[in-house]
Write a protein that binds this ligand. Structure first.
Ligand SMILES: [Zn+2]
Length: 266
């Protein structure tokens, strides 16, 4: 009996530690006190020569748009950041992450998310991270093909890990950054603001300008809405982060407003 109680106590203790770690992590990454450390881990998704060539020349400046986007959007909410992100590129990982169970039940998703976090941790042990990164983004690069649909990208709030499918081409970098920024914000607690079955942004929080008259066409995308609603039943992928903004709901989720209050309450 005593043994069983001890076992339950140990389990409860472990659960409490996991919850505390998650809470602490989320508090830290959303405090916006210092540039958020993000490690970018490239992966050759096709195993091709073209991608390998591209990765050899990949420089962190390819992701500068994301930093300036966040800085600019933060300032719209009154938050002054001197650099939103401290991004660095880690050595290439040579193994693909476990594939997500699409349409899987809650338990399958939880199991997969645990496997993904263990996988990410193993990759880090094999290679090394460029700095004590808070967020790890695994970028899976593919060759550009006309009309090719990439696998679904995702960002996990628990574990601060993102797996993002992108194209290995200079011309695609601006649009890659839209997808990367979206998944990065997921790791910071932002939720999707589009309809999963139609991919259309939800109204009003998935719209960049929900008060516009007439409502369509919109000219920008809310970053978690993902697309620019040109009409009630058609939305387009933004070409770059210049065509994106962070709406009020997302700003609240990633604590732009809380950080603003703290900045000015001292
Ligand atoms: Zn999403």
């Amino acid at each position: 009996m005593a043994f069983r109680r001890i076992r339950i106590l140990v389990l409860l203790g472990l659960l409490a530690i996991v919850a505390l770690v998650h809470f602490g992590e989320q508090y830290l990454v959303r405090s916006w006190r210092a540039p958020l450390q993000v490690a970018i881990v490239p992966i050759n998704g096709d195993g091709s020569e073209t991608v390998s060539e591209y990765l050899q020349h990949l420089n962190v400046s390819a992701f500068d748009d994301i930093d300036s986007f966040l800085e600019k959007q933060a300032s719209r909410y009154g938050l002054k950041l001197s650099g939103a992100l401290d991004m660095r590129i880690a050595p290439e990982a040579h193994e693909l992450p476990p594939a997500p169970p699409f349409g899987g039940n809650g338990l399958q998703v939880a199991w997969w998310s645990l496997k993904l976090r263990i996988w990410a941790w193993r990759q880090e042990k094999n290679g090394f991270l460029p700095h004590p990164a808070k967020v790890r983004l695994f970028l899976i690069y593919h060759e550009v093909e006309y009309d090719k649909e990439l696998d679904h990208s995702l960002g996990l709030q628990k574990g601060l890990v993102g797996v993002v499918h992108v194209f290995a081409s200079k011309e695609q970098e601006a649009q890659n950054n839209v997808v990367i920024a979206h998944e990065l914000l997921h790791t910071l607690g932002a939720t999707d603001k589009y309809d999963l079955s139609t991919s259309l942004p939800t109204y009003p929080n998935g719209y960049a300008d929900p008060g516009k008259q007439p409502l369509h066409p919109q000219y920008e995308a809310e970053i978690m809405g993902g697309r620019i609603p040109r009409s009630a039943d058609h939305a387009e992928m933004p070409k770059s982060l210049d065509q994106c903004m962070i709406g009020a709901d997302t700003a609240h989720e990633i604590n732009f407003s809380g950080a603003f209050h703290r900045q000015f309450s001292r």
